[in-house]
Design a protein around this ligand. Structure first.
Ligand code: PAF
Length: 282
């Protein structure tokens, strides 16, 4: 497995793949890898001849007072996991490699980028869209893989790729969960044992909404309320949002007509946890 830090080596490696006609799958990450990331690598390996993973803790997607400084950096463990997973290359750039001095351009996907998590984290999705655009331009993959756990991020990247006619395919990979339903996340390590137990309420809350939807409830506000009750019963009262939106576009609707997704963001201890579930009738 090759470890690439600079643009020139990356270019050389990618040109080699292109010359051989090899389809390249790309998994952008911020490291602190877990089974969720590895499922993205597995999917990339199934569909592509070569797989490259980037590890870059992107400063521009963290707001003031957020966890940029404390975000877990576990490169040795990440490298071992990726080696075992059969990844071909890691792109491990420094900040200046991604953002050379003098840069002036950003990518904004609006209004989606200011809603939901974007309302609680101003500038976050502009940072995400900008870094993903730069990574796509540097790596030039045929396919890029994103976890559906970050559903708004996935929707926003797809929108950006469509709007800017970018020549690649974006694939969403299902969320990997613990036995009690908690979605795997690098931030789960911020939870104490008691908070970890409490966090399983997110999955129960989404399932409560799913049950109500199957029983015929089509008012998004009622579905949101049913999930909110489960969170409050479990002692989770720092709720950023519980939202039922159209699954394809994340648009708000008065009444559900197309498949909906429920999205939740809460704070438990030091962690901000997000999760989602596309609701189905069967
Ligand atoms: O999902 C993440 O880990 C990050 O937001 C991403 C897509 C790697 C951009 O920094």
């Amino acid at each position: 497995m090759k470890i690439i830090a600079d643009r020139q080596t990356l270019n050389h490696w990618m040109n080699g793949c292109a010359k051989e006609g090899e389809r390249v799958g790309f998994v952008p990450t911020m490291g602190a890898l877990h089974a969720g990331h590895l499922s993205l690598v597995r999917e990339a390996r199934k569909q592509c001849r070569r797989t490259i993973v980037s590890i870059f803790v992107n400063p521009t997607q963290f707001g003031p007072g957020e966890d940029f400084g404390h975000y877990p950096r576990t490169f040795e463990a990440d490298r071992d996991l990726l080696e075992k997973a059969g990844c071909d290359a890691i792109f491990l750039p420094e900040v200046e490699t991604i953002y050379p001095p003098g840069g002036q351009t950003v990518v904004a996907v609006e209004p989606l980028g200011s809603q939901l998590c974007g309302a609680a984290r101003p500038g976050h999705f502009q940072g995400v869209a900008t870094v993903v655009m730069i990574l796509f331009n540097l790596v030039r993959p045929q396919v890029a893989y994103f976890g559906l756990k970050d559903y708004q991020q996935y929707t926003l990247i797809r929108q950006m790729v469509r709007d800017l006619a970018m020549p690649l395919e974006v694939v969403g990979v299902p969320t990997v969960r613990e036995r009690d339903g908690l979605a795997l996340s690098s931030r789960n390590r911020y939870l104490t044992e008691a908070e970890r137990l409490q966090a399983s309420a997110l999955f129960r809350a989404m399932n409560r909404a799913q049950d109500h939807y199957r029983k015929g409830e089509s008012d998004p506000r009622q579905l949101e309320q049913s999930a909110r009750e489960v969170l409050l019963e479990s002692g989770i009262d720092r709720i950023d949002y519980v939202a039922v939106r159209e699954a394809e576009t994340l648009q708000e609707r008065e009444c559900i007509e197309t498949p909906p997704v429920i999205l939740i963001a809460v704070r438990v201890g030091k962690a901000r946890l997000i999760d989602n579930m596309v609701l189905s009738l069967y």
